[in-house]
Design a protein around this ligand. Structure first.
Ligand SMILES: Cc1cc2nc3c(=O)[nH]c(=O)nc-3n(C[C@H](O)[C@H](O)[C@H](O)COP(=O)(O)O)c2cc1C
Length: 188
């Protein structure tokens, strides 16, 4: 999986502070706060500026049925997320609006948007953990996702119980992921 190697101190503070928690405070998250985080997602880059993403989000205090509906799509291993005050699913349109052709970047771009949402969440004092452990077919059904769109990932959002990222986080080494002119070749 990698080694314990903290990021360079000079990276963006939000990159430093971002991590994925499983332990949320019961504090509710306002609609305005959720909107602020997804404004960041809206400003992600995307192929042909297609913006293939949609985000279905439910705060337990204001939309308990929606929260339960999204929670019902999670695999048992993600039952921890049911305690999060906000649950969501990212959805992506699989074809380009302009010509109807398959968009090979639909998940790539939606993931990029979620990455920005996670960074903005940290900046705003919250935490966002993405989850692949959910049933996309069930999500399509219970969330009434229109044909031509796919549920990409689930996420839990809220104020974290502990703000500090855990010290033991691991990453692959830079030379194992950053190459030069060919795959596997060292960067010069
Ligand atoms: C696409 C995606 C799917 C993930 N699926 C799950 C999941 O099903 N359950 C979970 O607890 N965490 C999940 N995670 C969180 C990762 O485990 C976490 O991001 C990774 O361990 C790195 O830790 P960090 O986010 O704290 O840096 C997922 C993250 C991403 C981006």
């Amino acid at each position: 999986m990698g080694v314990i190697n903290p990021p360079p101190a000079t990276l963006l503070p939000a990159i430093h502070r971002r991590y994925s928690t499983r332990v949320f405070s019961p504090r509710n998250v306002s609609k305005e706060q959720i909107e602020h985080i997804f404004h960041a997602a809206r400003w992600a880059a995307s192929s042909s500026n297609e913006q293939p993403w949609h985000f279905i989000v439910a705060a337990r205090d204001r939309d308990p049925e929606g929260h339960t509906r999204i929670g019902s799509t999670l695999v048992p291993g993600n039952a921890w997320a049911l305690t999060a005050p906000v649950l969501g699913i990212s959805v992506a349109r699989t074809t380009f609006l302009r010509n109807g052709r398959h968009n090979p970047y639909y998940k790539h771009d939606t993931g990029a948007a979620m990455a920005l949402a996670a960074l903005q969440a940290v900046e705003d004092g919250l935490n966002l953990r993405q989850m692949g452990g959910f049933d996309a077919a069930k999500a399509a059904e219970v969330l009434e996702i229109p044909e031509g769109n796919e549920a990409v990932a689930a996420f839990a959002l809220g104020y974290p119980e502990t703000v500090e990222a855990p010290a033991e986080r691991q990453r692959k080494l830079i030379e194992d992921v950053l190459f030069g002119g060919k795959f596997g070749q060292p960067l010069v």
